[in-house]
Design a protein around this ligand. Structure first.
Ligand code: SAH
Length: 250
């Protein structure tokens, strides 16, 4: 099994594939100012196993196109949507966020939790804008420094993992430069990282290693996850995921 397949295998039974919660998805929905009864067309990009997709479907009169490059994750999304009786509101596509099969100005809303980093925040917000209707809404979560001063150990780690990590002020400037206006910003509380993401993930480590006979790549994946978790526990006051809600203005 290659590294990507191993990563998918580790994560695919998780409710969330990154930090987040139903509450913060709802909070972001409130920031959009959307009417909960009016029909709305939404793309959920990098939907994973459907954490945000399901909440959007439950909260809004939405037609959602959920897209992810993993068909394993999409299969789990379908199972969950069925359990929560929202299947009729969701269409899925297995595809790449850098080559979206969408029409220009097709969507009222583009949603993406913990996924835009895969193509980079700036490229993502710029490329995806064309798919939004005039005045359309973009809602994305993205790793963010909570202060300008942070320990060197942490800076070295995250700048190597994701060089685009920055402060909210810098991310908001990127949005404004790209032709959006900010409608809301908040950052995710600790429960979104620990209770909803890292703790359930940690519980899978041992079984995952057994299932893959402690192979080198599997061991390395778990070592990397452990390192990320240890750093979070040590330095969580310096960073989180920021949730950015912005409107297309030009
Ligand atoms: N939004 C989900 C998943 C976040 S994890 C949640 O909050 O739980 C990031 C997701 O992006 C994964 O599901 C991964 O499969 C997907 N992904 C990564 N690169 C991608 C790409 N190039 N195109 C589409 N999806 C991608």
């Amino acid at each position: 099994m290659d590294i990507i397949s191993l990563l998918i295998d580790l994560h695919k039974t998780s409710l969330r594939l990154g930090p987040g919660s139903d509450e913060t998805t709802r909070k972001a929905i409130n920031c959009t100012g959307l009417d909960h009864t009016a029909p709305v067309k939404i793309a959920d990009i990098g939907c994973g196993t459907g954490a945000s997709t399901i909440v959007l479907a439950e909260e809004l009169n939405a037609h959602i196109t959920a897209i992810d490059f993993s068909d394993d994750f999409i299969r789990v999304l379908h199972k969950r949507a069925k359990e929560r009786t929202v299947t009729h509101k969701i269409k899925t596509i297995v595809g790449c966020m850098e080559e979206l099969p969408f029409d220009d100005e097709e969507y009222d809303v583009i949603w993406s939790e913990g996924a835009i980093y895969n193509m980079g925040f700036e490229k993502g917000v710029r490329d995806w804008k064309r798919y939004l209707k005039p005045d359309g809404i973009l809602a994305v979560s993205e790793i963010t420094w909570l202060t300008k001063n942070y320990p060197k150990e942490l800076q070295d780690y995250w700048e190597a993992e994701y060089p685009e990590i920055d402060t909210a002020a810098a991310k908001i400037a990127v949005l404004e430069d790209a032709g959006y206006s900010l409608a809301g910003y908040f950052y995710l509380p600790e429960t979104c990282w620990l209770e909803n993401y890292y703790i359930p993930l940690q519980e899978k480590f041992e079984e995952f290693l057994e299932r893959h006979s402690q192979c080198k790549d599997a061991v390395e994946i778990i070592e990397n996850e452990k390192k990320e978790i240890t750093l979070y526990q040590k330095y969580k006051k310096y960073y989180s995921y920021g949730f950015y809600i912005a409107q297309k203005v030009e």
